[in-house]
Design a protein around this ligand. Structure first.
Ligand code: GLU
Length: 441
């Protein structure tokens, strides 16, 4: 039985980087008919906020990434302490008292000597009396997991065969001096006890995975499969980490990006498969294959979301956008016609308002100097409204007759005079919606 989890820390909103993690884990679980867990990694009481938990859930629901159950690490602290006790009994857990400054100094010395900056395990040599004295002077120490110094290997679902020398990694701190359980311990206990079989996360977690494999083995759990997706960069390959804050899903939603666009892009970006609009989750699930993803950094361009959004919207019936059409101010009896005319001419639903304003109030006419006389002559031939589906054809035929103009030289100045733009909907369909023609004034 396949079980995956998305494990955000509620210290911020979901951004495009964590969406990738969430989506991949979701698709793997659904494709296998398995379970997808939403795990809230809230062991840090200072940085975790309920507002973010709510925000994360709202974003996942908006995307349609429904989870089968929620787990909260803050409610499982006794499980983590129980696991810590077992590690202590096994002799795999030790208390260390170095201050951050001391550790920093050690690292600098090692680097100066050309050695990797790995914790030197000085604390292992402390006698009980020395520990007592340090505890009395400095308070409780941190608890480190004692790695077996051998190679840690796994076949990564994206990166392929990985082999990491445990001797090049510091014994990870699993419990802080103030007793706070850290992510690594909580995560392995949860993955083991919740029966997680596949873990997909960012490649910044590769070293964590190495240490986690040893801790899971020490605790007698089943090691899940791991896949680490590449980091996202901006369109020029620039680091995205600092900008991720501005790529929060809630901001993209506010900009009018549609879930189908986000899902379609993020389920394919960085894989060998082309990005194409998928409107059905079932198709995304069927077509997903983690093995198609590469290890190279993946370029992400937020602008790619808008054409996909446009294509998605263009395919929707009025019923699916009725609220947005109403919000744009369009009277109900004109909604059907309005949507038919605008659906292929918007990038997001936010463009509906300006289209309706243009139709209702008339556009600022755009008239090139050389067309001024022609437009004036044409306007004199335009009948009074209301217009209908025949108006454009009848009118332009009359204008052609009177002026001798034809083709683009005939149509374009009229379109610009009426709509203020060189591009837009089919004019025959648009005319019946025009309430005011300012070019006549
Ligand atoms: N809370 C961790 C994070 O956000 C989870 C990492 C994991 O998937 O294990 O990085």
């Amino acid at each position: 039985m396949t079980t995956t989890r998305f494990a955000p820390s509620p210290t911020g909103y979901i951004h495009i980087g964590n969406l990738r993690t969430a989506l991949m884990n979701y698709l793997i679980a659904r494709k296998a008919g398995g379970t997808f867990i939403l795990r809230i990694d809230d062991t840090d009481p200072e940085r975790s906020k309920e507002e973010y938990v709510d925000g994360i859930k709202r974003d996942l629901e908006w995307l349609g990434l429904h989870w089968d159950r929620t787990e909260r690490q803050s409610e499982r602290l006794e499980r983590y302490h129980a696991a810590a006790d077992r590690l202590r009994e096994m002799g795999r857990f030790y208390e260390a008292f170095e201050t951050p400054t001391e550790l920093d100094l050690k690292r600098k010395k090692q680097l100066n000597m050309g050695k990797p900056p790995v914790y030197d395990r000085a604390a292992l040599a402390l006698s009980e009396a020395e520990r007592e004295a340090l505890r009395a002077g400095r308070g409780n120490g941190v608890w480190r997991f004692k790695l077996d110094q051998e190679r840690i290997e796994w076949n990564d679902g994206i990166l392929g065969d990985i082999s990491i020398d445990a001797a090049s990694v510091s014994d990870p701190v699993l419990i802080r001096g103030d007793g706070q359980i850290l992510y690594t311990l909580a995560s392995v206990v949860d993955d083991t006890e919740m029966g997680v079989t596949a873990v997909v996360r960012g490649s910044d977690h590769v070293t964590n995975t190495a240490t986690q494999i040893q801790i899971i083995e020490a605790l007698g759990g089943n090691v899940p499969t791991f896949a680490h997706h590449s980091l996202l960069t901006g369109p020029q390959g620039e680091a995205l980490s600092k900008r991720l804050g501005t790529l929060a899903l809630r901001d993209l939603r506010a900009q009018g990006v549609q879930p189908a666009a986000l899902l379609s892009l993020m389920a394919r970006l960085g894989s060998g498969d082309p990005v194409e609009l998928q409107t059905e989750m079932a198709d995304l699930i069927d077509g997903f294959d983690i093995g198609r993803f590469g290890s190279a950094p993946t370029k992400f361009d937020v602008n790619d979301l808008f054409p996909l959004t446009a294509r998605y919207l263009a395919g929707l019936p009025l019923a699916d956008v009725a609220e947005a059409v109403r919000d744009a101010g369009v009277p109900d009896d004109m909604a059907e016609q309005f949507w038919a005319v605008t659906r292929e001419n918007i990038s997001t639903l936010g463009d509906l308002g300006p289209w309706w304003e243009m139709m209702r109030d008339g556009a600022d006419p755009v008239i090139d100097d050389e067309d001024a006389a022609f437009v004036a002559e044409a306007m004199a031939l335009l009948t009074d409204g209301p217009f209908d589906g025949e108006t454009w054809g009848t009118w332009t035929a009359a204008v052609k007759e009177a002026t001798g103009r034809k083709g683009r030289g005939l149509f374009m100045p009229l379109r610009k005079a009426l709509t203020g733009q060189a591009h837009g909907p089919d004019m025959s369909a648009l005319m019946p919606l025009l309430q005011v023609v300012r070019a006549r004034e």
